[in-house]
Write a protein that binds this ligand. Structure first.
Ligand SMILES: Nc1ncnc2c1ncn2[C@@H]1O[C@H](COP(=O)(O)OP(=O)(O)OP(=O)(O)O)[C@@H](O)[C@H]1O
Ligand SMILES: [Mg+2]
Length: 417
């Protein structure tokens, strides 16, 4: 009997093959919390910009957005983000975005909310609202999250981007070693400053010098054994501090290397950075896929979009060209199918990846033409071009919030006099 699930005839009762039911409006609003108005620095839901969410039985979702001004150059950006977030929900077949212009009353209310948010709301992080955030997660340990994080960060850096790397694996940190950084973090004006690493340009696409801004518990404690003592105690608090007490400055991307498994850190990240999306790393083994799907499920429950799946440690190709599937095959594709997210990359087992991790020279920079080097550059290109394009603020000159704040201050002053 053929037991390979990929080769059996499709079972019409298989829940994986039945079309997903359309999502609830609450779930749509949940993911829309992750769409940040880059000018007002707050979620479009919190700003009262989501006028209406309509869902038809076939899974078509229509979202009506009220904009401060219809001519806002960020309109296209917000539309793309709304489409991307809603499309990531299971059961969604099409997304359409409609616009309305805010009434003067709505505008005032939105500005007041933005001001209130900036003052009182849940811990204000130091992560700019124009920074794209990707959390690299997996169900199991040792599948290559940290390797993916540092290599993807370096690949993005080599395209001229400024990339934050937050090692959220508080007690099992490995980012310092993998990037070859030993310096302690320095502080000034009550804030911690990240370690900065310049990245040589690989493509010289835009002539910009890329850099990595790196923060890890490894820069604060003496050794991995000291970090172990902190286990549990400060876990979520440490993540919060890394986001609120570090002077990150401008960043195009922030990559967060998650600790293995599901749990508190993931929930905390979803709360603190609702714009974060997740890349799930799995090996080709079927049991890894099962555990990884739990992580994706958890992400969905905290309304974090799963941007895609990465299969790491795929077949090892020997110098004579023979391929050895040491950890099986198909886990990445199966996981992608199961959770309805795209399979973005497949990285073979390649000793250069481990060597790069041990020596502090990521393979993507040390051997950009190796199979994994090429694959990491391709993943970076996919992220930039399709998955999570950087936010361009260049065309947006109107500082709406500043103008509104000045107007409101004037009104306050007039009311007081
Ligand atoms: N594609 C690959 N080819 C060869 N070795 C790899 C590959 N990916 C990762 N490794 C090696 O496997 C080990 C585990 O990888 P890594 O530390 O990135 O995993 P992780 O998921 O972050 O682990 P942890 O859960 O412990 O944080 C490392 O020694 C790394 O160098
Ligand atoms: Mg790790």
């Amino acid at each position: 009997m053929d037991t390979d699930p990929d080769r059996r005839a499709p079972d019409p009762n298989d829940p994986d093959l039945r079309p997903e039911a359309p999502p609830e409006a609450e779930a749509v609003r949940g993911v829309l919390r992750g769409v940040i108005d880059p000018e007002l620095h707050a979620s479009i839901v919190d700003l009262g910009m989501v006028d209406d969410v309509a869902i038809d039985p076939g899974g078509g979702v229509t979202v009506q957005i009220a904009l401060t001004t219809l001519g806002c150059p960020l309109r296209g950006q917000i539309k793309k983000d709304v489409e991307s977030k809603v499309r990531g929900l299971p059961g969604v077949t099409a997304v359409s975005v409609k616009y309305a212009e805010m009434t003067p009353e709505q505008k005032t209310a939105a500005m007041q909310r933005a001001r209130w948010n900036a003052r009182e709301h849940a811990p204000e992080t130091e992560i700019p609202s124009t920074t794209r955030v990707l959390a690299i997660a997996s169900g199991k340990g040792g599948v290559g999250k940290s390797s993916v994080t540092v290599n993807l960060a370096a690949a993005l850096g080599s395209r001229g981007f400024t990339v934050g790397v937050l090692d959220a694996d508080i007690w099992g940190f490995s980012v310092p070693r993998m990037l070859g950084i030993t310096e302690r973090l320095s502080g000034a004006d009550g804030k911690i400053h990240p370690n900065v690493l310049s990245v040589a340009s690989h493509l010289d696409k835009n002539g910009k010098q890329g850099s990595l801004k790196v923060v890890s518990m490894g820069f604060l404690v003496d050794g991995e054994s000291t970090a172990l003592m902190w286990r549990g105690l400060i876990l979520t608090r440490a993540l919060e501090q890394f986001l609120t007490d570090v002077r990150w400055g401008d960043m195009d991307y922030l990559l967060v290397d998650m600790p293995p498994g599901t749990g508190d850190i993931q929930m905390a990240l979803a709360r603190l950075l609702p714009q974060a999306e997740m890349l799930v790393v799995t090996t080709p083994a079927r049991n890894a896929q099962k555990v990884a799907s739990r992580v994706a499920d958890m992400a969905r429950r905290s309304y974090m979009k799963v941007a895609g799946v990465i299969e790491n440690m795929s077949a090892f190709v020997a110098p004579d060209g023979t391929s050895y599937a040491l950890f099986g095959t198909g886990g990445g594709a199966a996981l992608a199918r199961e959770i309805g997210a795209p399979l973005l990359a497949t990285f073979p087992i390649e000793p250069a990846v481990a060597e790069g991790g041990d020596s502090g020279h990521p393979v993507v920079l040390a051997a950009p033409d190796s199979p994994t080097g090429v694959a990491f550059h391709a993943l970076a290109a996919l992220v930039v071009d399709e998955i999570l394009p950087p936010i361009e603020m260049g065309g947006c000159t109107a500082r709406i919030l500043d103008i509104a704040t000045a107007n409101l201050a004037q009104l306050d002053a007039e009311a007081g006099s």
